[in-house]
Design a protein around this ligand. Structure first.
Ligand SMILES: [Cu+2]
Length: 227
């Protein structure tokens, strides 16, 4: 009986520790940091009203993914879930919600964007995106370059620095990604619906780079279900 009570108390301590950890994540998220993975935390504010932290969508762009024996390696977007990387072919987001999108890009190759507008950050709540650890931009720093200290808020990127974009035309969202960098951006979903996400930087195969990964769900395009 005594042992049973002890075990119960240990479980209680573990639960309390987890809750404390979630609280810390909420604070970091409000400061523009990394809040967690696919989590929504509801807190009660000082005014007694509930407020929610963003729903966090974490993505990773890797290289060295074998597309097939003819084309070879292609870059790909993945979702970062609780058990590791999973396909980005189908993304689900809550409706009418603030989304914190974190994309970590391990690709250092450049690719031409399909139109100049895709160098601009579009559709975020702040009109900007935060860029972290962009070694490529640091190395080409000049009169129009950027000096990064922790992170920098940008409204566009030099076209020569862009390796991929995360673009959702139906949400008017465009997030340019520079080499070897992480971005954090915030946007809001509206009513339930189905959307397409894609990359507007010609990083695929074929003569103009628009084939292969560029047109294959789970690589450089996919579906977003808001609901
Ligand atoms: Cu791409």
């Amino acid at each position: 009986m005594v042992q049973g009570i002890s075990a119960f108390m240990v479980i209680g301590l573990i639960v309390a520790s987890v809750l404390a950890g979630v609280g810390a994540g909420f604070i970091a998220s409000q400061n523009g940091g990394f809040g967690g993975i696919g989590s929504t935390v509801t807190q009660t504010g000082a005014n007694g009203q509930n407020s929610s932290s963003p729903y966090v969508l974490s993505m990773v762009i890797t290289t060295g993914n074998t597309f097939n024996s003819t084309i070879g390696d292609q870059p790909a977007f993945y979702l970062l879930g609780p058990n590791g990387l999973v396909s980005s072919a189908d993304i689900t987001l809550p409706a009418n919600s603030l989304i914190e999108l974190v994309i970590t890009n391990f690709d250092n190759g450049g690719a031409n964007i399909s139109a100049p507008q895709y160098a601009n950050v579009m559709g975020t709540t702040t009109g900007s995106e935060l860029v972290y650890n962009n070694t490529a931009i640091n190395s080409t720093e000049g009169p129009n370059g950027m000096t990064l200290s922790g992170s920098q808020s940008v409204t566009s990127l030099p076209t020569s620095e862009i390796t991929h974009t995360f673009t959702v035309p139906g949400l008017s969202l465009n997030l340019p990604m520079a080499s070897d960098s992480t971005i954090v951006a915030y946007f809001k979903t509206g009513a339930a619906g189905s959307f397409v996400w894609l990359c507007e930087s010609a990083c695929g195969s074929g003569a103009d780079g628009s084939q292969g990964a560029m047109i294959t769900p789970g690589w450089m395009t996919g579906a977003i279900t808001v609901g």
